[in-house]
Write a protein of this length. Structure first.
Length: 320
């Protein structure tokens, strides 16, 4: 008789592969480090291949480990989903929800509201994955993802939570020294702090109320793949940056930053909740969806973005 797959070892491997740490995986799974290590060794013996390169300071996936990582995550997600469906029979949300969110937004706005959700649903746990890079929800085994963008069409299910206004901002001191630009073309003479994960990081796009569009190639002393990394340089008056309101709301209110070129706006974006296709949702996932909808319905920075401008007959050709 063929041996059954070692599902426990696959699940343990999935956790270690995600965290690249035996100790962290042991804590996440509620197991001893020795049990985690033995499970991975058992799987390696069964597969006849090493899954990790191990040194005293670093753990890295081998080629075989990288090939097995997605399958392991899918097996773990399928097992959790099957268990959750069985548990959902009594209607009480329970089990783990895997939620992906952008790094800065997750730390500043998602993590602070989760205690309220967890207190209301003591049998639910949340595995919060923070990264500014767009994760593969299906391949990574995620139940939900928060994305702040104008989303392209995809097979994912999308629920818009709120609009997010973006503005070009700088310190009053910087603007006093270098002048206040009035048109995107003026930015060619200014230091621009760039965010690497914009849809077009090498080109900033703006439009005015008449529908006229303009774009500029930003140049400046700093570009980063995390919005928080730009904040010290921005507040130090080293340049201008396009920032979402949830990042700069307090600085605007305190006068530390000033909106620039208010007649020219970057393309509108929104805070979206994205989900893999397929229904029904487990009760634990539906509970978190409802909670997040309420949590971000009336936050002070959640203003509907400016409507997409409609070109008028008098609109000038875009200046580049």
């Amino acid at each position: 008789m063929a041996r059954l797959p070692d599902f426990e070892a696959w699940a343990v491997f999935a956790s270690v592969a995600e965290s690249l740490s035996f100790s962290r995986a042991a804590d996440d799974l509620g197991l001893s480090k020795a049990t985690v290590s033995k499970a991975v060794a058992r799987l390696e013996e069964r597969l006849g291949a090493r899954l990790f390169h191990r040194t005293s300071r670093r753990l890295a996936l081998t080629e075989a480990g990288r090939a097995a990582r997605e399958d392991a995550a899918a097996l773990l997600a399928a097992g959790e989903a099957a268990e959750a469906r069985a548990l959902d029979a009594n209607g009480t949300p329970r089990g783990r929800v895997r939620l992906a969110a952008p790094m800065s937004f997750g730390v500043a706005h998602v993590a602070p509201v989760l205690p309220e959700f967890l207190a209301a649903h003591p049998q639910v746990s949340v595995d919060l994955h923070l990264s500014d890079a767009q994760v593969d929800l299906v391949g990574g085994g995620f139940d939900l993802g928060l994305r702040i963008a104008a989303l392209a069409d995809s097979s994912l299910r999308v629920r818009r939570l709120c609009g997010v206004r973006r503005s070009l901002v700088a310190t009053p001191a910087y603007l006093d020294r270098h002048g206040r630009p009035e048109h995107p073309d003026d930015l060619k003479r200014h230091a621009c702090l760039g965010y690497a994960y914009l849809p077009t990081p090498d080109r900033w796009h703006f439009s005015d109320a008449s529908g006229t569009t303009a774009s500029v190639a930003p140049e400046g002393p700093l570009r980063a793949n995390n919005a928080d990394a730009l904040a010290p340089a921005l507040r130090a008056g080293l340049g201008l940056a396009v920032q979402p309101d949830f990042t700069i709301w307090d600085d605007l209110g305190a006068g530390r930053l000033e909106r620039v070129m208010p007649d020219w706006q970057p393309p509108p974006i929104a805070l979206n909740l994205v989900m893999p296709p397929g229904l029904p949702r487990p009760a634990r996932v539906s509970a978190l969806i409802s909670f997040l909808e309420g949590a971000f319905a009336a936050v002070p920075w959640a203003q509907p973005p400016l409507p997409s401008p409609r070109p008028s007959p008098a609109a000038a050709q875009a200046r580049t």
